[in-house]
Design a binder for this molecule. Sequence first.
Ligand code: THU
Length: 134
Amino acid sequence: MPNKQEIIQGLKQRLTFSHSPYSGVQVVAAVVYEVEGKECIAYGVNVENVSYGLTVCAERSAISMAVTNGMTSITALYVMSNQSDPISPCGACRQVVTEFMQDEQAPVLCVNEALNKEWKSTLGHLLPNRFDLS
Ligand code: THU
């Protein structure tokens, strides 16, 4: 079962894979999920485009990867960036996370690359009164 340190290590390994030539803001996310009783992790980075509006955030990259691997429900979200302070998921990503995170108390952990700052939250805190038909 992956622990926090392993996930942070996995984030660090992938942060520079971020495709962010326009903003210089490198972001990597990890989602933790279960498939057939086995805990899994999927990672994703932000992918920018010269047509700026086509940028995909790291959180949504990670979710797309996880869905491809059979994910139906996320139990934790991690976000790391190269900024000095941890960044938290943008509004669009909060709504996309809502689609897959049933437990509003599930952890959302945001860290900086230097690993000397950490911000812990929950989906319930990040997006109260969410739009969700389920
Ligand atoms: N970004 C993410 O990847 N996740 C967020 O939640 C906020 C913003 C990316 C998008 C863009 O490539 C860069 O950060 C600067 O906005």
